[in-house]
Design a protein around this ligand. Structure first.
Ligand code: AMP
Ligand code: MG
Length: 351
């Protein structure tokens, strides 16, 4: 049966389905690029091979450039902005970071600061600023409390043109919760404008944006099972509409173990500790940057507070898996997902 053959879908499910589509009719080209600490997979259709190669090169160049621009701790533009913030005062920020910082500030305010990219120092304290963190140990509580007391928020920065005024020296902007979404949005804008791309899917470690269709089929996305030991099993699938961005924040993405407890990378800015209550949150939204920030914020909000925040942020499609493996879903999302196995328990919220 079709459903059972889908039981052990990999996260690159979308590629498998589209391969069969491409064998039937539409030619498509694929590539994989390592960037932003993750595997970026691209599939484009309705182009010839030489156009596909140019498109892949443009994507790779954009990713390389963006990674350097937005790294919070290296000596690039964001790193410099962070150093200047640490001195508190007014300075001219590099133009390459300004639009993203403005967007990050708007989304932080909308999320009531549960998405709070100003907590870079806390992320670093927990050791998630590095690409490799499996030998980390949790920080001492007094260090966490000191950073909490400093209460860094995006509203501590006033932006007038290129002039930033940073009123809190504890602010360090870590764009890890939003950068992939913003990057996908910018890359796709560029491909539409300069390469007339109409049908493409770009996935950054499972977070993706899909444009157009793949031949006769829509793009099909797998929502990963956060408890699967092989990290590749999907619990459900969604058919993406053109322009959909599907983003998931999960405690399985980046973590280390301490006393057999999973110390993951999404920090609750209210406690200073990794957020409790959620295993993963998947959001669909037309704007990838909003989807990315919302998935992080709703993960922090957790099973008891996500509904209020989703309404406030205008997020209609949400699927949250809590730490007891219950699935919480909006009716709008439920109408779009196809579960691969019957969920243990399902809480549905209107709309
Ligand atoms: P995501 O996978 O999109 O949820 O982003 C998680 C990344 O965002 C982490 O690895 C940190 O770099 C950063 N981060 C952690 N906690 C937060 C938070 N509460 N708000 C904003 N960014 C965060
Ligand atoms: Mg995010």
């Amino acid at each position: 049966m079709f459903i059972t053959t889908l039981l052990r879908l990999t996260i690159s499910l979308v590629f498998l389905l589209s391969i069969s589509a491409c064998q039937q009719a539409t030619p498509s080209y694929k590539t994989a690029i390592f960037s932003f600490g993750t595997l970026i997979q691209v599939e484009v259709s309705d182009v010839n091979e030489s156009q596909a190669q140019k498109i892949f090169k443009a994507i790779e160049d954009d990713l390389k450039r963006m990674h350097v621009l937005w790294h919070p701790w290296q000596s690039g533009p964001m790193g410099r902005t962070n150093s200047l913030c640490g001195m508190a005062g007014t300075f001219s920020a590099p133009t390459s970071v300004i639009p993203l910082v403005i967007k990050a500030k708007q989304l932080a305010i909308q999320s009531e600061h549960l998405f709070n990219p100003a907590i870079g120092n806390l992320v670093k304290l927990w050791g998630f600023q590095q690409d490799s963190f499996d030998k980390n140990t949790p920080p001492a509580d007094d260090k966490i409390q000191a950073l909490l007391k400093a209460n860094p928020r995006m509203t501590d920065i006033t932006i007038k043109g290129v002039r930033f005024t940073c009123r809190n020296p504890a602010v360090r902007i870590d764009l890890g919760g939003i950068a992939k979404g913003y990057a996908l949005e910018k890359i796709i804008d560029n491909l539409k404008q300069n390469f007339q791309v109409k049908n493409i899917m770009i996935s950054a470690g499972g977070d993706l944006k899909a444009i157009g269709r793949h031949g006769e089929r829509p793009w099909v996305i797998g929502i990963r099972d956060p408890l699967a030991t092989d990290k590749q099993t999907a619990i459900a699938t969604v058919k993406a509409k053109s322009g959909d961005s599907v983003f998931t924040s999960g405690s399985y993405e980046r973590y280390y173990l301490a006393n057999n407890k999973r110390i993951h990378h999404i920090i609750d800015p209210r406690s200073g500790y990794p957020a409790k209550g959620s295993l993963s949150v998947t959001v669909i939204h037309p704007d990838a940057t909003t989807a990315d920030a919302a998935a992080t914020a709703l993960f922090v909000a957790g099973p008891n507070q996500w509904i209020k925040l989703a309404n406030k942020m205008g997020i209609k499609y949400v699927l949250l898996i809590d730490d007891k493996n219950n699935i919480h879903v909006t009716q709008a999302m439920l109408d779009r997902v196809e579960f691969i196995k019957e969920p243990k328990s399902l809480f549905v919220v209107w709309p």
